[in-house]
Design a protein around this ligand. Structure first.
Ligand code: NAD
Length: 517
């Protein structure tokens, strides 16, 4: 695809989604007009050209959005959950209709390949349908009471207007993991997208709000595109918002956590990962190579679950590394719209600097750079942010290997025994995703036992990246707190009430306590 093809693609995508040159980034029951000074210009990482602009919320508009969310909550919570589920199902349907265009917008703004951009929207559809089914399954337990003529049970009630603060790398799906599930639970949602992905949020919200209006449903979703240091602060300190679900770096998450904790609010924190794959000499090597390459290279290493470290058993290390290097040398980097391209750009200039600095630092700490690590220029897309993915032979005690570098940088380590491999695997402060490639039952079970992976996600013979929405998603240690998306994650978006009903004529007390008046 030539540069002007990309220009055409940009124009076509924006037009189809009704995105103008400048757009409101604040939805509070209606799109709000510009009032503050702040404006964000979305620049495509693909070619460095302007996509469009979004004006950002000021404090007054933030108030409007939260007030609208509180008002909508009062109506929404009174609608029976299965009916809420039908509305969320309709949102899934409308996302399905717009999958290609919304996926294209993700490509424009975040630089994802076509298949990954559309995959992101598919994730939103999947979670909408999942949530719709869930709307008939918000089960509470009934317990046997120790007192005669008493009934004891738990019920789950809507929590309130909740907030979602999302990261740039999953500009819309992370919101949906929270928003769709929270909505069937009866909550309304205030969304502060990553400033760097404000346009994708505008595109999604246009479709969501139009569909809600068509259905005659309350406007349950609000948008407050804003600078991180403003919107993030407003939300995390806002006592009217009982739950803040934050996705982003550990450093920012820490600030959010402190603010939310100070007011005894509830957090969900989905923070940085430093994910590792163990490759045993008993692995299916072809499978392991594919799994590691996908994990390290997909989304140009900008997934929270990207593979950043690989620990390979000594006797296959040389062969594995040589074949991985071969894959790296053949992988196509460039225009994410182009057929066959697997590695697109990094999000911005700062990300390129962070990546090349990390490569230099790793070498200065004793690492051996065996492939890539430099910025590259893609012909016709000179303004884009492309790098050649790096392979670095490293020692597990190198300080830099304990940090998340948000790009395609893979550290390679050797191991002899499974115990040693797991020790290296677990030797970092983060705990999001993990993988082992082996056909040995004992190794696999060791990895999955209490002695094994210390992460929230454990994979066997598949990549650290690419989770399904049906499982509970989240991490341990510095990766944060709580779970999102599938399984019983819905419980985080509701309040649990334990109910005791006395339907007798006496007042028996629990634990046999007597109080005769
Ligand atoms: P980031 O921390 O820079 O930004 C995340 C969000 O916080 C954005 O909405 C941003 O506008 C806001 N923000 C920025 N500065 C702020 C401040 N001072 N106060 C309050 N809010 C602020 O993260 P990013 O660069 O957008 O995303 C990449 C990071 O997110 C990586 O560390 C990645 O691992 C992590 N991530 C984690 C998961 C997960 O599920 N664990 C998923 C996706 C991304």
């Amino acid at each position: 695809m030539q540069t002007n093809d990309f220009d055409e693609f940009r124009e076509r995508t924006l037009k189809k989604l009704g995105i103008e040159e400048t757009n409101s980034g604040i939805f509070a029951g209606k799109w709000l007009p510009r009032s503050g000074k702040n404006i964000y210009t979305s620049i495509s990482p693909v070619d460095g050209k302007v996509n469009a602009s979004v004006w950002l919320a000021d404090r007054g508009q933030y108030e409007e959005a939260v007030n609208q969310s509180i008002k909508a909550f009062e109506e929404w919570r009174s609608i029976p959950a299965p009916r809420r589920g039908e509305i969320i199902k309709a949102l899934g349907d409308v996302l399905a209709k717009n999958k290609k265009d919304l996926g294209a917008l993700v490509t424009l703004e975040a630089g994802k390949t076509t298949s990954e951009g559309e995959g992101e929207i598919q994730e939103m559809i999947d979670v909408a349908y999942f949530a719709s089914g869930l709307s008939r399954q918000l089960y509470g337990f009934t317990m046997a009471s120790e007192r005669p003529d008493h009934r004891l049970y738990e019920q789950w009630l809507p929590l309130g207007p909740i907030a979602v603060i999302s990261a740039f790398n999953f500009p819309s799906s992370v919101w949906s993991w929270n928003a769709m599930v929270a909505a069937v639970c009866g909550d309304t949602v205030v969304w502060k997208p990553s400033t760097k992905a404000s346009l994708a949020a505008v595109g999604v919200m246009k479709i969501m709000t139009e569909e809600l209006e068509r259905l005659g449903a309350p406007q349950i979703f609000s948008l407050v595109a804003s600078r991180g240091s403003e919107g993030g602060e407003w939300i995390s300190n806002d006592r009217r918002i009982p739950l803040v679900s934050f996705t982003g770096s550990t450093a920012t998450g820490q600030k959010i956590y402190e603010n939310v904790a100070r007011r005894i609010g509830r957090p969900i924190l989905e923070l940085g990962g430093n994910n590792c794959s163990i490759v045993s000499s008993r692995a299916d090597m072809n499978l392991a190579l594919k799994g590691v390459a996908f994990g390290a290279l997909a989304t140009a290493g900008q997934r929270c679950t990207s593979t950043r470290r690989v620990v390979v058993q000594d006797d296959i290390y040389d062969e594995f590394v040589s074949r991985l290097k071969d894959i790296y040398s053949k992988v196509k980097i460039g225009n994410p719209r182009q057929e066959g391209v697997l590695v697109g750009p990094l999000i911005d200039r700062e990300a390129v600097r962070t990546f090349t600095d990390a490569v230099r630092e790793a070498v200065s700490q004793g690492g051996k750079l065996i492939f890539g690590g430099e910025e590259i220029k893609v012909p016709g897309l000179e303004g884009g942010n492309y790098v050649r993915p790096a392979l670095i032979e490293a020692k597990p005690d190198m300080e830099i290997t304990k940090r998340e570098t948000f790009g395609p940088l893979l550290y390679l380590f050797r191991y002899r025994t499974i115990e040693e491999a797991v020790k290296i695997h677990n030797s970092v402060p983060q705990g999001l995703s993990s993988a082992i490639f082996t056909t040995d039952l004992r190794e696999e079970e060791y990895f999955l036992s209490y002695r094994g992976s210390d992460c929230g996600l454990a994979n066997v013979n598949t990549s650290t990246a690419g989770a399904e929405i049906g499982g509970a998603f989240g991490g341990e240690k510095e990766t944060g707190y709580g779970r999102e998306s599938g399984s019983d994650s819905w419980k985080a978006y509701m309040r649990r009430q334990t109910v005791t009903i006395n339907h007798g004529r006496d007042l028996p007390l629990s634990q046999g306590v007597r109080f005769d008046v």
